[in-house]
Design a protein around this ligand. Structure first.
Ligand code: PNS
Length: 168
């Protein structure tokens, strides 16, 4: 029984993330999507919103479970009895950071290995950060995020802009 974690911020989930989830879920027995809830970052979506969006877009994949986690990823791996961490690699620019993270995680928990999936070509350029930027300037994000998420991103960005204008 191979249990794997696919960790990330998912702020918001993109079509690139969903592609990795679908492909990884075909390779392992159980895939836990771990949504990071560490205080340092300032995400657009709350942890509950990110978890709910992921649940919605993965509800047809029976061996996928969505969970939030805080603290170290290797501790979350221990808690969930996972032996594999899945990460998508888009380009060589991802590599340094990903290798460093994989090696650090392996040092801290030698029972966990990181497996990299090459991002599908059509999503190689995509990131949650660029999605937010496009949405912020009223660009079309329908090619970037799952259908169920488009409206939520647009609404959140509208709310953020309104709050910003109120405070200036
Ligand atoms: O989607 P992201 O933001 O690139 O995901 C980064 C993530 C969540 C995988 C990484 O920040 C993480 O694992 N954070 C948890 C804290 C941790 O374990 N850090 C040490 C790894 S070297």
């Amino acid at each position: 029984m191979i249990r794997a974690i696919y960790p990330g911020s998912f702020d918001p989930v993109t079509l690139g993330h969903l592609d990795i989830i679908k492909r990884a879920s075909r390779t392992v027995d159980k895939l836990i999507v771990g949504v990071l809830n560490n205080g340092g970052k300032h995400p657009l979506f709350t942890i509950d919103e990110r978890v709910d969006m992921l649940k919605e877009v993965t509800r047809d994949i029976p061996n996928v479970k969505i969970m939030s986690f805080s603290g170290l990823l290797v501790d979350f791996a221990r808690q969930t009895e996972s032996t594999v961490i899945v990460r998508g690699l888009r380009a060589i620019s991802d590599f340094d950071y990903e290798l460093q993270m994989a090696q650090t995680n392996r040092k801290m928990n030698p029972e966990v290995d990181t497996m990299f999936l090459a991002t599908s070509l059509e999503y190689a350029y995509l990131s949650s950060t660029t999605v937010k930027e496009v949405a912020f300037f009223d660009g079309d994000i329908r090619e970037f995020v799952p259908n169920q998420v488009v409206e939520s991103v647009q609404r959140k960005v509208r709310e953020k802009k309104a709050a910003y204008l109120r405070n200036t």
